[in-house]
Design a protein around this ligand. Sequence first.
Ligand code: SAM
Length: 249
Amino acid sequence: QALLYIVATPIGNLGDMVPRAVEVLQCADLVAAEDTRHSQRLFSHFNIDTPLMAYHDHSDDKRTEQILQRLEQGQTIALISDAGTPLISDPGYRLVRQARERGIKVSPIPGACAFVAALSAAGLPSDKFSFEGFLPAKPGARERALQGLVDDGRTLVFYEAPHRVVGTLEAMATVFGGRREAVIAREVSKAFEIFQLMPLVKLVEWVRADSNQQRGEIVLLVRGAERSRESELDAEAQRIMSLLLAELP
Ligand code: SAM
């Protein structure tokens, strides 16, 4: 039976590879990978010799079609990205969508995901959050995107490139205010993993003062807006009040 597996791979520490992921990659007829050379290293570490095919955001419809046809012939294909969970700021949506439209079974092999790992250890509220992925690279568009989030009460989670982290933190301090708490989570699961939680105004300084903090892989998390949390509380208080009032004789 045709089966498309969406397989998570480690975000830095190869020890985080789940056994089922190794098994599925070993047994698949083909593995579609963002960067085949990069994935070759993972394959040699886990003794996987399944054929690899490049599949990335720039892949044309022909490539997607090729994979879909092989699935329709009954092959088992696995999709991986360079690191973490495919489709999370990574390619794969078009393939998954079209596979489902053609009635092909799609099944995930869960594993590492950088923003989930960062959120789980950051120390910011995690009951409600919004994963925003990468902000626009251009400063104007980045600031507009941040403006749109200024009243959001949920913890905001971003991916950021190291050479943009200072500029982005500065923009966040300007738009959200320097007192808003934020966390930089860097090199999660790797040798130089570090989490730093501070008000934005201090975090900008801390990152600016140490060029090591402007390297590697980075997740930024920002505490949600207070005001909206208060009005949520108000709404909850009003809800309870009206329930109580309804019970009064
Ligand atoms: N699909 C991946 C996932 O599940 O997290 C994300 C892919 S995205 C192209 C790459 C971005 O994820 C990096 O620029 C960085 O923001 C974040 N990232 C990946 N690995 C990380 C790590 N070990 N520590 C911190 N951030 C990481």
